[in-house]
Design a protein around this ligand. Structure first.
Ligand code: IMP
Ligand code: MG
Length: 177
């Protein structure tokens, strides 16, 4: 473990959280084949484990955004830099995000996908930060966490630590953006 990282959730805790989420999702989408849209890059590890825990047919696509600004900038803009490639019109779409903090990123994703006329559009996040959130309903929440900056399990600080199997908080001077 690198210096300055504090354990948040172990691989076992992550696995059991994903097992619970998969059960909820499986029950809600019984006999349907949703399109799971992962938000790059952070959600790719979570999405990979989630689809295998689901044990039901799904399709997978990805979207990517770049957000400009930092926590010091109150109204950052999230711009789509890579769109999904599947057609979602009339389909059940489940957006899969790693972490929701201010909600800016996920609101841009949901607004954008809503414009493509899916039959249903739901949201799943592994982590929701305290004091964060969005006006959007979050249908599936893995863990609600404190305000620290989180790394590991796909999540980065300046592109580092994505490969770690557990989740950690890291001391950052600038809030991590
Ligand atoms: P939001 O727009 O403030 O909700 O931030 C959402 C995006 O910022 C997420 O998709 C993450 O990629 C990234 N992010 C926010 N908080 C953290 C964190 O604590 N660790 C790593 N990435 C984060
Ligand atoms: Mg993300």
């Amino acid at each position: 473990m690198a210096e300055g990282l504090k354990p948040l959730y172990s691989p076992e805790e992550i696995r059991s959280t994903i097992g619970r989420l998969a059960g909820e999702i499986r029950a809600d989408y019984a006999s349907r084949t949703p399109i799971l849209v992962g938000v790059l890059k952070g959600a790719f590890v979570f999405l990979a484990d989630l689809i295998r825990a689901l044990e039901m047919p799904v399709e997978v696509d990805f979207i990517r955004l770049s957000s400009y600004g930092t926590r010091d900038v109150p109204t950052p803009k999230a711009v789509i830099t890579k769109d999904i490639e599947l057609s979602v019109e009339g389909r059940d779409v489940l957006v899969v995000e790693d972490i929701i903090d201010r909600g800016t990123t996920i609101e841009a994703v949901m607004d954008h996908l809503e414009g493509k006329n899916p039959a249903t559009l739901r949201l799943c996040t592994l982590l929701l930060k305290e004091g964060g959130g969005t006006g959007r309903k979050i249908d599936y929440i893995g863990k609600e966490i404190g305000d620290g900056f989180v790394v590991g399990y796909g999540m980065d600080y300046k592109e580092r630590y994505r490969e770690l199997r557990a989740l950690y908080t890291i001391d950052t001077k600038d809030g991590g953006d």
